[in-house]
Design a protein around this ligand. Structure first.
Ligand code: MOS
Length: 753
């Protein structure tokens, strides 16, 4: 295979459009007579709307309509119609369906006016009276309400036990146990959710929407509003960040569609930053881990239980504890995952959902266990290294985690690490080194792509996928250019439109493998057609040639064994009288490979922290993240994915939590002023290593995806480094200064900070 492009650091093909402001986002599409909607959200967490009085708002000139549950008609009645491709088990939320309030900040109305400012002001005049009921929003206090997580969500499998973990734990000399907690977190992509809905005549609509899946929005809107699928076109060429928040259709697309259909005019609805905290989030979780090992450091038992929050109306599930059964060799494993139903909105997948939650607890626990047996934590992981998938009993298609350990440790200088905590110090700073590892599924979903090659030598490839900043445009262009031996500049990749061949949701780190395979397949089809044309066209030097003897490179088709016998693709098409060649192709995972192998990507993360002895502040001064994710299509865009993941991991470990005020059942810090994230000043050296990993089984491209693997092990590596610096074990994220100092004072056995 020609490797001219894949594996190379091509610049983002969409970069110039973005930096010149030509890339258009959902709220930037214009229409004649555009109206603006502003959403009203519930002030209470549970109860009923007693009355809504819109009369003052409607008196304002330029206010067109106020939609409430009393002011809608023609919506689907049945729950099932509101299910989307990423719905978990349960009954989806139905906006404006009735007067019931299920969570704080639930959308309860839409004011439509001639300007956004007017709509927002008018919304403040709408008087809502509630009959309030008691709500339950505190996870930690309500674990007794839990129930087993049901199947139903994509990819979720109930965890399996093996051996007898409790007995083995009882009999072991070396053991640990701990409880690990993190609060809810919100995605906070830069671009707020927005829809510009264009009314196209009776029962027909075009939606410019912020989404990670145009097909999902098309399905949802057509079901909810009873429209034909072909009459709902969804377009989303650019997305300003998603991280999972755009996997399910959000309520602004419902609101914009409702208003546009009803008013027969174009309507735009944009959420405010505060409203970005009014739907799905990473669920707060409580986890308990108990582990035992023998004197040689071999794990003898693992017990891992997790309680995740979900809403009253849906059972959001993610794969949390299952990972603890696959990561290490251990004969006795007991796993439990339960949900606690609270009066909150249904949580939503957030970057590496489940795995990142699991790793925080489990990889911290592994570090604690290593300390119990007094073995270096990296050495401890090597002693218990699992070559095969311990749950499925299958070999991995490839697993270069050892190479991640070796190359990461070397780059970091791990061999110089003293095992005793609290022994490295620079003035007022205690220094600590910690590490952790993580795994993520290497998935492939069915996908389609179309391609047209025109006689001027330009290729356009399309697939209805998304680019949430990950680099989809760029890597698909590389794959297409390479397959057809063309210049990158001659290839245009288009995405984000339901009129294009259908692609899966952009999530789960599966887009490169899924859409990439379809793009490769459709370009192979075009190549076949060109080879046939070369062989069948009398007047060319390749007439009569066997297709198997031909190759395509740098715009020319030639004989493999005689490159001098060649013809330019443009010349061939001219001579053959072909104005263009169009093809389409579909691809999907190989079911045979799935039966015999497991597919995971892996990463090992090494971290240095500096903890101020007086203030308890934690600075992450160095990170080395070594990743094994198969072939890397584009080290530049893939590197940016991992870099972003590590930054978020630092943010998660030290800054991020959405704090629930249980009195009001409302997230208190619903703004970027008070929801803390890592900023430039918090980020220091980050080294990324992609280790070589060859994989012929995972998919035709040998790639595993890099969207999620980079974040998984970062928070536990930081927690472990904080322990190594101070002797203080903070099991509750984020690791804020108050926790570091308080635990240090409470626990006199630890090194004094
Ligand atoms: Mo990712 S949480 O699957 O968008």
């Amino acid at each position: 295979m020609n490797t001219k492009y894949t594996g190379q650091s091509a610049k983002r093909v969409d970069g110039p459009l973005k930096v010149t402001g030509k890339a258009k986002y959902a709220a930037e599409f214009e229409a004649e007579g555009l109206l603006y909607g502003y959403i009203i959200n519930s002030a209470i967490a549970k109860g009923e709307i007693a009355s809504i009085d819109s009369s003052e708002a409607l008196k304002l000139e330029g206010v067109i309509k106020v939609f409430t549950h009393e002011e809608v008609s023609g919506l689907a009645w049945f729950n099932i119609k509101y299910k989307d491709m990423d719905s978990p088990a349960g009954n989806p939320f139905r906006p404006l369906h009735d007067n019931k309030i299920l969570y704080s900040m639930q959308p309860i109305g839409l004011v439509v006016a001639e300007s956004f400012e007017l709509a927002r002001y008018a919304a403040s005049l709408v008087k809502v009276l509630y009959d309030q009921e008691e709500h339950v929003t505190n996870l930690q206090d309500n674990l007794q309400l839990s129930k087993e997580a049901p199947m139903g969500k994509i990819g979720y499998v109930q965890p399996k036990d093996r051996g007898d973990a409790e007995t083995a734990y009882g009999q072991s000399e070396f053991k640990m146990q701990g409880e690990y907690v993190h609060a809810a977190e919100h995605h906070n992509p830069l671009e707020m959710f927005a829809t510009t809905a264009i009314w196209e005549g009776k029962d027909k609509i075009t939606l410019y929407d912020k989404t990670q899946g145009v097909s999902n929005v098309q399905l949802y809107i057509s079901n909810v509003f009873g429209l034909k699928m072909k009459n709902v076109r969804v377009i989303s060429p650019f997305v300003g960040g998603g991280f999972g928040s755009g996997l399910r259709p959000q309520y602004q697309v419902f609101m914009a569609t409702l208003a546009a259909l009803e008013l027969k005019r174009p309507v735009r609805v944009v959420m405010t930053r505060q409203q970005m905290f009014s739907f799905g989030h990473r669920p707060g979780t409580v986890q308990r881990v108990a582990m035992s090992a023998d004197a040689n450091g071999k794990l003898t038992s693992i017990q891992h239980g997790a309680w995740g929050e979900t809403s009253k109306y849906e059972d959001y599930t993610e794969i949390v504890v299952n990972w603890s059964g696959t990561m290490y060799n251990c004969e006795n494993v007991k796993l439990k995952y339960e949900l606690v139903k609270l009066d909150v909105s249904t949580p939503t997948d957030m970057r590496a959902p489940g795995a990142v939650t699991s790793a925080h607890a489990f990889e911290s626990a592994i570090d604690e266990m290593a300390y119990e047996v007094k073995i270096d934590p990296l050495e401890f992981r090597k002693i218990n290294y699992a070559e095969d998938d311990q749950v499925e009993g299958k070999p991995y298609s490839s697993k270069e985690l050892r190479a991640c350990y070796e190359q990461g440790a070397k780059k970091f200088g791990w061999e110089n690490r003293p095992i005793e905590p609290g022994t490295m110090r620079e003035g007022n700073q205690l220094i600590g080194w910690g590490m952790a590892n993580g795994a993520w599924d290497a998935l492939q979903m069915p996908a389609k792509a179309g391609a047209t090659l025109t006689a001027d030598g330009k290729l356009t490839v399309s697939s209805g996928t998304s680019d949430i900043g990950t680099g989809t445009y760029t890597i698909m262009t590389q794959i297409a250019a390479e397959t057809l031996g063309m210049d990158l500049d001659d290839v245009t990749f288009e995405l984000g439109d339901t009129d294009m061949p259908m692609a899966p949701l952009e999530g789960g780190s599966w887009t490169a493998a899924s859409v990439g395979s379809a793009v490769k397949a459709v370009c192979e089809e075009i190549k076949e057609r060109l080879f046939e044309m070369a062989s069948d066209t009398e007047s060319t030097s390749l007439a009569g040639a066997d297709k198997a003897d031909l190759k395509i490179e740098q715009g020319y088709i030639s004989l493999k064994n005689n490159p001098a016998a060649r013809i330019a693709v443009t010349e061939l098409m001219r001579v053959a009288g072909a104005g263009s060649i169009s093809e389409s192709a579909a691809s999907g995972p190989d079911p045979a490979a799935k039966k015999t192998h497991s597919f995971n990507s892996h990463a090992a993360v090494f971290v240095e922290v500096k903890v101020d002895v007086d203030l308890g502040t934690v600075i992450v001064s160095r990170v080395v993240c070594a990743v094994a994710a198969g072939k890397i299509l584009n080290p530049k865009t893939a590197g940016s994915q991992i870099l972003g993941s590590v930054v978020w991991g630092i943010s998660k470990a030290l800054e991020e939590e959405t704090v629930m005020d249980n009195n009001y059942g409302r997230f208190m810090n619903h703004s970027l002023a008070e929801y803390h994230v890592a900023v430039n000043k918090d980020i220091n050296d980050i080294d990324i290593i992609f280790v070589e990993e060859h994989d012929d089984l995972v998919n035709p491209l040998g790639i595993k995806g890099v969207g999620e693997i980079g974040i998984i092990a970062v928070a536990p590596a930081i927690a472990n480094a904080v322990f190594h610096a101070t002797g203080v074990r903070v099991r509750d994220l984020p690791i804020t200064m108050d926790k570091v100092l308080q635990i240090a004072v409470e626990d006199r056995n630890q090194v004094k900070v």
